[in-house]
Design a protein around this ligand. Structure first.
Ligand code: BMA
Length: 809
């Protein structure tokens, strides 16, 4: 097969507005080309986003030329992995075809329009927003969706990343463009459209069914060769003209298994398929996966079982890397996913308001052992279920399932984000829930569910997140007895962090709490004179209408009010970490009743106040460090679900029982030891165990004047600790601790002269081996600076250290 790569510099012109023609990098998006050309300002700066809303309402022409010395004798295809969105492709002025779904490649037969010499290729992209509005005008009944402060209307009527239209953490940038590979395929000698596999197990042997979709320009016998894990199959196969599917089975004897992070290695095998002159290479991993939903005494379970082992899932929700697709890179994905792995996570949920990610994303997840919970791309809305819509969704599902199913990391297909629950959200849907439930069923059961069942029987399908499972149509919003749960009473419901103790989710796939970004990130979009949380620019970068109110109200609930702008930003992040830690340590203690915790959200797609643990610039918020410790395979924590009773817990995700010693030492805020308790413990494998419920008054402990340090020391040498307040931090008489940092190369040694809490180190351009610590006097902690890019070094004059007592006088 011959391929002419069309990526590179194209020309961009506006069809509906008088603008000069400008160059455009393809793959890429129109906004980015206009920024590059100086026609629009960077929408992330200040409130510029509002000034560029017109871009999404115009139609655009993207064009390039390609020179051909001869016209291939067989079929030639134009293929673009993704065109966003409503498009028509013209070859030398002839219309070759159209596309209307950015989640489907545009593949058009164009041979007849080509000529020797120079050929013009044009992609005309019609405004997705105007298309959506026109479609809305033709609807027989309303199909509502959630709206955010800056919003493009009727996003749910166009098959495009839903968050492009604005979200409660994301800008409204109705980007248009070409993403992924784009080129011409000379299929004269045929070409492999797709290879996908299924695994069937016979004891330790895997029967690997390999399906090869081959497009042939003529009938005949053609050589086929398949090899994987040292097994090879060679033959001549008869193919007809057009598309045919060839299936062969290889018996792979006792392959090494692929395991999620923390459970074993991520062994991957090469799979090579050659048909005629075209070769396709993939990496496959051998493993089984099951979603166990058996009934138990509490309701029903929600457990991922990989290779027969029940996995405790720890992770976060992923949104697209960037609101401007041109700015997305494999390196940024690697950084984010690596950051997950370093925080002891093993699962990422690719949330339904974004996109099916490119190949490199799933390759990285395979390599890092990060299991993928993959939503189909529908979120927080109703969707049509007319013929045309179902047809494009069916094609989309078939395409994406075949494209992604060979990734061992992918463990679940899920119909959508919150769309079942959303039937209860809108006036129109509440007035006629049956109508919308029928639409729901057609889309996520009869279309997507059926595609998953037929094309990918080895992988579970879940109809919606959250839901109680297939064929159960209860909204399941607040049911913690079965299914997955999105717990938003803290944050959206305005409840305090101890509300996390009121639910016992089987699997919590969303919950979160916002914070502001750091000064480093704020400076990238905000002028100095607006560095105040309620300035116009800062409020523009806060998309949750109640965001600032909830952050401030919660701060008043837990902390003494911060007295400087830096202290306020710091405290908003500390508060987020403190809140989420409550949920993680409590729910994890409920294992095996709870078997998964995914917080909202890992990343940001522009610089903004949000629920993320990693800022747009890549800076880890305190949350990322704190959650990383709370997710550690071996961990200890204490919480007070009942006032006055301290529950002490140990966690062990490894499969080995781990003997050792646990101590709880109670200190006053000057750092004097008041009381100590010790236990000989043996941490049961794959379990969380309550060690003791300590009644504080009987131990003579005054929770207002005391905090507790837990130390776990295992016989194998492993040590870990955790520190907790026993009452609201604002009530504690914190000492005026002085924290001292000594820098040597990339190492920082921290000491304090009195107990210091939430000690956060900051340095532009990097992160730390640990952060957001609690220091006792006499204790010495050495931390490493890890630069985000090579060449950045730790500069002591740019290192800042802040701790809780410094936020007020
Ligand atoms: C969840 C998500 C997102 C949203 C987040 C915060 O429910 O599914 O839609 O951004 O809440 O509000």
């Amino acid at each position: 097969m011959k391929y002419i790569d069309l990526s590179g510099t194209w020309n961009l012109s506006c069809i509906t507005r008088d603008l000069p023609e400008v160059p455009m990098e393809v793959p890429g998006d129109v906004h980015s080309a206009l920024i590059q050309a100086g026609i629009i300002p960077d929408p992330y700066q200040g409130t510029n986003e509002l000034e560029v809303q017109w871009v999404g309402r115009e139609d655009w022409r993207l064009s390039t030329t390609v020179s051909l010395s001869e016209i291939p004798r067989g079929p030639v295809f134009f293929r673009a992995e993704s065109i966003d969105t409503i498009c028509e492709v013209l070859i030398n002025g002839h219309s070759a075809g159209r596309g209307e779904n950015m989640f489907l490649p545009v593949e058009l037969r164009i041979g007849e329009y080509l000529r020797e010499g120079e050929n013009t290729i044009e992609v005309l992209i019609r405004s997705a927003e105007r298309t959506a509005v026109e479609r809305a005008g033709r609807l027989p009944y309303p199909i509502p969706h959630t709206s955010h402060p800056v919003q493009s209307p009727h996003r749910n009527l166009v098959r495009k990343a839903q968050c492009h239209a604005g979200w409660d953490w994301g800008p409204c940038l109705m980007v248009a463009g070409i993403y992924g590979g784009v080129g011409l395929i000379d299929a004269s000698e045929g070409y492999i459209r797709c290879v996908h596999t299924d695994q069937r197990w016979e004891g330790d042997d895997c029967l690997l069914d390999i399906h090869v979709e081959f497009l042939s320009s003529e009938p005949g016998a053609i050589p086929l060769s398949i090899s994987c894990a040292g097994v090879r199959h060679e033959a001549h196969v008869e193919v007809g003209e057009g598309s045919s599917t060839i299936t062969r089975t290889l018996r792979i004897r006792s392959p090494e298994r692929w395991w999620p992070a923390g459970y074993g290695p991520q062994r991957l095998y090469d799979l090579d398929v050659t048909v005629g002159s075209h070769q396709v290479h993939k990496r496959v991993g051998f493993r089984t996966v099951r979603l166990i939903t058996d009934e138990d005494t509490h309701g029903s379970r929600f457990v991922f079982e990989v290779n027969g082992v029940e996995v405790f899932c720890k992770g976060a929700n992923w949104i697209p890397q960037d609101a401007l697709p041109s700015r997305e890179t494999p390196a940024r994905a690697r950084y984010l996913l690596q950051s997950m792995r370093e925080a002891h996570m093993n699962m990422v949920r690719v949330w339904g308001g974004g996109k099916y990610e490119p190949e490199y994303f799933y390759d990285l997840c395979d390599q890092l052992g990060i299991m993928v919970w993959q939503d189909f791309m529908f979120a927080c809305a109703m969707y049509p279920s007319d013929h045309g819509f179902l047809r494009t969704v069916e094609e989309e599902a078939r395409y994406q399932v075949k494209r992604l199913k060979d990734h061992p990391s992918l463990v679940l297909w899920c119909g959508n984000n919150e769309n079942l629950g959303a039937i209860g959200w809108f006036e129109e849907t509440r007035a006629n829930p049956a109508r919308y439930l029928v639409d729901f069923d057609r889309l996520y059961e009869a279309t997507i569910g059926r595609v998953c069942d037929t094309l990918d029987p080895g992988r579970p399908y879940w109809p919606s997140s959250p839901s109680a499972g297939r064929d159960v149509y209860d909204y399941n919003w607040h049911d913690d007895s079965r299914g997955d749960m999105h717990y938003w009473d803290v944050w959206h419901g305005g409840k305090s962090f101890d509300a996390f103790y009121l639910v016992r989710p089987r699997f919590c796939s969303e919950f979160g709490f916002q914070s502001f970004p750091s000064p480093e990130t704020i400076r990238t979009f905000c002028p100095e004179d607006q560095m105040n949380p309620t300035s116009p620019v800062m409020e523009h970068h806060q998309r949750s209408p109640k965001g600032n109110r909830v952050i401030i109200e919660s701060m008043a609930r837990y902390f003494r009010f911060p007295e400087s702008p830096e202290a306020f930003l710091y405290l908003s992040q500390v508060q987020q970490a403190y809140g989420i830690q409550h949920a993680v340590e409590y729910w994890r203690a409920l294992r095996p009743r709870n078997m998964g915790i995914l917080y909202w959200q890992l990343n940001d797609n522009w610089p903004v106040a949000s629920w993320s643990s990693i800022e747009y610039t890549g800076r880890w918020k305190p949350l990322h460090y704190v959650v990383g410790r709370a997710f550690a395979p071996v961990h200890t924590a204490a919480f007070m679900k009942t006032p006055g009773i301290l529950t002490v817990v140990v966690y062990n995700d490894t499969r080995e029982p781990l003997p050792g010693k646990l101590s709880a030492t109670f200190y006053d805020f000057e750092g004097k030891e008041r009381k100590g308790i010790e236990w000989e413990v043996c941490l049961e494998g794959e379990a969380s165990s309550i060690i003791e419920q300590v009644p504080l008054d009987r131990q003579g402990i005054d929770p207002h004047n005391t905090f507790v340090r837990l130390e776990l020391e295992l016989e194998n040498g492993m040590r870990t600790s955790n520190t907790h307040f026993l009452s609201l931090p604002k009530q504690c008489p914190l000492a005026r601790a002085a924290v001292h940092a000594t820098v040597e190369g990339d190492r920082i040694t921290l000491t304090a002269d009195a107990p210091a809490f939430f000690v956060v180190l900051d340095h532009p351009g990097g992160r730390f081996s640990d952060n957001c610590l609690h220091l006792l006097p006499g204790e010495e902690r050495t931390i490493r600076f890890i630069p985000r890019e090579e060449g950045i070094t730790l500069d002591p004059s740019r290192l800042s250290v802040m701790h809780l007592r410094e936020t007020y006088r």
